[in-house]
Design a protein around this ligand. Structure first.
Ligand SMILES: [Zn+2]
Length: 262
């Protein structure tokens, strides 16, 4: 295979990888996963993420944003700090941002406000957003529609919706991130993804979460992108190379990576 894979959503900077981070990254590279897009979570994750990016500047691409599960009563202060980061340097995306109704519904109003504020940063900076949706996909499709402008773009990470929801996302000009859930027998995502054109898809692990079969239950890592790509190729009845070529091109275009190292 003369083309390569990328992991568009991976938190490999978190302490869970402190013991073996370099070996884990080498395993990914050996599995032909050549680039890692790093969504931020909260304040403490920023130095961890930037440290990893500094260690692998050709391969790791940092984002900046506040995860909906970290939106609390103090979120405006955190957003002010993050806004300062965008003045200091460039990031490949605003992320990850969104709505999470699964873990805690206390701050739904604040989550929505944080999403709108951060979406406007992305439009001003002309960079994409990376969206986290948990039990909130319809609300987010609506919010993105309300915020829509010509340069508003991004990816619905860990897409697990219906074909109807996928079509709405496509109509908004957004992409969908496909991860380990595609390998879960009961999820039914294969039946939906089968009918979505490759040009709307990128691959992700969401490491250390959502580990694909047959490693489910263990720590996830970016090397497993290959398992997801193989599954997608099988679901669509196409070659692994075709999947790699299209999803990597989609990711580079979305995140504005011009001269990729391979
Ligand atoms: Zn994430």
């Amino acid at each position: 295979m003369n083309t390569f894979l990328v992991d568009t959503h991976t938190h490999i900077y978190v302490p869970k990888f402190d013991e073996d981070r370099d070996a884990m990254i080498q395993r990914a590279i050996d599995s032909n996963v050549q680039h890692f897009f790093l969504p931020n979570i909260d304040r403490p994750s920023i130095p961890q993420m930037l440290e990893l990016e500094a260690a692998y500047p050709e391969r790791c691409h940092a984002m900046m944003g506040l995860h909906p599960c970290s939106v609390d009563g103090d979120y405006m202060k955190t957003l002010a700090l993050m806004e300062k980061w965008f003045e200091k340097r460039s990031f490949c995306a605003v992320g990850e941002i969104g709505l999470d109704y699964y873990w805690d519904k206390t701050h739904i109003k604040e989550q929505k406000e944080a999403f709108r504020i951060q979406s406007r940063w992305a439009k001003e900076l002309d960079i994409p957003i990376v969206i986290h949706a948990r039990d909130s996909l319809d609300d987010l499709i609506q919010l993105v529609g309300e915020e829509k402008t010509d340069n508003f773009r991004g990816v619905f990470h860990c897409f697990g919706g219906s074909l109807e929801q996928a079509q709405k996302i496509i109509d908004l000009g957004f992409l969908m991130g496909i991860g380990g859930v595609l390998t879960f027998k009961k999820a039914g995502l294969d039946a939906v993804v089968k009918d979505i054109d490759l040009k709307h898809l990128v691959l992700e692990t969401d490491s250390p979460y959502l580990t694909p079969h047959p490693y489910r239950g263990k720590r996830n890592e970016s090397a497993y992108i290959k398992i997801i790509a193989e599954r997608l190729a099988k679901v669509k009845g196409i070659s692994l190379e075709e999947v790699a070529k299209a999803t990597t091109a989609n990711a580079f275009e979305l995140f504005g990576i011009k001269t990729p190292a391979s």
